[in-house]
Design a binder for this molecule. Structure first.
Ligand code: IPM
Ligand code: MN
Length: 384
C-alpha cells in the first residue's frame, strides 16, 4: 500500500474559498472513484479573516506546519471583498500577499509554470484565427531576481526620500531555470509527437525542431543579468541540439504575444518579467478564469510545491458564487499530476480531471454559469 499523499488546502481570501470548495469536491469524487491514497487538511490561514482575529496572517509556525505536507493548494490572497463594503477588513497588499512570497522562498519553489493554451470553449480574445493554435508554457524564475525584497527607504517622508529595490541574479538559479526550460521543451515535444500534434520551429542554421525555448530579458538596458542569462542560455542550449532557441526583449515579447502568440513554445523569463507576461498569456488562453499556475521545487522532494491559479481574490465578485473555478480545477489537475511522480494513480487522476474540465469548457462555451454549477457539472463527468 502506498503511503498517503497529504495536501494542505489553504483557501485564502475573496473568491479563494469558493473556487477551492469546487476543487475539494472534485478531489473527493476522484478519491472515492479510484480509492486514492490522498488526504487533505484545510487551513483557515493565511487570510484576512485570520489576521482580523489574530493580528497576523498566519501563525508563527505556519511554514513548519505546511512543510509536513506533500503539496499546498492555495485559493487566492488579497482584498477579501465585497468591494461595496467600505468597512471590510483590509490589509495593504504587501502584508496580505506576503505569505505567498514566503512560501515560494522558504520552500524554494524556484519554478513557476504557467501554461497558456487556447482550449476549445475558452474565450478567444484575438480575432486572428491562428489564435486557436496558442500553446505555450511560460516558465518564470521564482526564487530571486526582482523579488528578492532587498532595499529600503531613506529619509522617508521628506522631499529627499530615496527608495532602493535591489535585483539579484545568481548563476546557479539562472542555470537551473534555463535547463528546466529545455527539459520542458523536450517533454512537450515528445507529447506532441505522441499525440500527432507536431509543430515546427526554425533554427538559425536552417534546421526545423519540434520544440523551442525563447529566452526573455531586457539585456539592451539591464545588461548585467541580461548578459549572464544570454551566456547561460547559449551554453546550456548546446546540450539540447533538438530544441530551437530564440531570444526576445521583454517589450518586444509583449508585442509578439499579441501579434503572433502561436509562434511561441516554451518561454523562460525572470521573476517580474514572467509575472507580467503571464497576465498577458492568461488572456491569450481565455482569461484569468481558466489560467492555471504552479510553484514548484523540482529538486527537493521534502519541500512542498504550491498550486494556485494565476488569478487573485477578485473582490469585485467575491461571495456571490460567480467566480469561474476552471483555473482552480486545471491547477488542481496539475497538482495531482505533479504528485503522481510518487504515486502514479494520482497522475492518472490528474489527467482525468484535466480532461473533464476541458470537456466541460468545450461544451459550455459562452454560457453563464455559477461557481458551484460548473463544479457540479465537472464532478458529474468524473462520476460517469
Ligand atoms: C502572481 C501574483 C503575485 C506575484 C503577487 C500577488 C505578489 O501577481 O502570482 O502572479 O507577483 O508573484
Ligand atoms: Mn501576477
Amino acid at each position: 500500500m502506498v503511503q498517503s499523499t497529504r495536501i494542505a488546502v489553504t483557501p485564502g481570501d475573496g473568491i479563494g474559498p469558493e473556487v477551492v470548495a469546487e476543487a475539494v469536491r472534485c478531489l473527493e469524487t476522484l478519491r472515492a472513484k479510484h480509492s486514492l491514497a490522498l488526504e487533505w487538511t484545510r487551513f483557515p490561514w493565511p487570510s484576512h479573516a485570520w489576521h482580523e482575529e489574530n493580528g497576523e496572517s498566519w501563525p508563527a509556525d505556519a511554514l513548519e506546519q505546511l512543510k509536513q505536507y506533500d503539496a499546498i493548494l492555495l485559493g487566492a490572497l488579497g482584498d477579501p471583498g465585497p468591494m461595496d463594503d467600505p468597512d471590510r477588513y483590509l490589509l495593504p497588499d504587501s502584508i496580505s500577499l506576503a505569505p505567498l512570497l514566503e512560501m515560494r522562498k522558504n520552500f524554494d519553489q524556484w519554478v513557476c509554470e504557467r501554461p497558456a493554451r487556447l482550449l476549445k470553449g475558452a474565450r478567444q480574445y484575438l480575432a486572428d484565427e491562428r489564435a486557436k493554435d496558442i500553446d505555450m508554457l511560460v516558465i518564470r524564475e521564482n526564487s530571486e531576481g526582482e523579488y528578492v525584497s532587498q532595499g529600503g527607504r531613506l529619509r522617508q517622508g521628506t522631499p529627499d526620500e530615496v527608495a532602493t529595490q535591489m535585483e539579484v541574479f545568481t548563476r546557479k538559479a539562472t542555470d537551473r531555470i534555463i535547463r528546466y526550460g529545455f527539459e520542458q521543451a523536450r517533454r512537450r515535444a515528445e507529447e506532441r509527437v505522441r499525440d500527432g500534434r507536431t509543430r515546427g520551429f526554425r533554427t538559425l542554421d536552417g534546421r526545423t525542431c519540434e520544440s523551442q525555448v525563447c529566452l526573455v530579458t531586457k539585456r539592451n538596458a539591464l545588461r548585467y543579468w541580461g548578459d549572464m542569462y544570454t551566456e547561460a542560455f547559449e551554453e546550456i542550449s548546446k546540450e539540447y541540439p533538438d530544441v530551437a532557441t530564440h531570444h526576445e526583449l521583454v517589450d518586444a515579447a509583449c508585442m509578439k504575444f499579441v501579434q503572433a502568440p502561436w509562434a511561441f513554445d516554451v518561454v523562460v523569463a525572470s521573476n517580474l518579467q514572467g509575472d507580467i507576461l503571464t497576465d498577458l498569456a492568461a488572456v491569450l488562453s481565455g482569461g484569468m478564469g481558466v489560467a492555471p499556475s504552479c510553484n514548484l521545487n523540482p529538486t527537493d522532494s521534502n519541500m512542498p510545491s504550491m498550486f494556485e491559479p494565476t488569478h487573485g481574490s477578485a473582490p469585485d465578485i467575491a461571495g456571490q458564487g460567480l467566480a469561474d473555478p476552471t483555473a482552480m480545477l486545471f491547477t488542481t489537475a496539475r497538482m495531482l499530476e505533479w504528485l503522481g511522480r510518487k504515486d502514479p494513480t494520482l497522475a492518472a487522476a490528474g489527467k482525468e480531471l484535466f480532461d473533464a474540465v476541458a470537456a466541460d469548457l468545450a461544451q459550455n462555451a459562452g454560457t453563464q454559469r455559477g461557481t458551484h454549477e460548473i463544479g457540479q457539472a465537472i464532478c458529474k463527468r468524473l462520476e460517469a
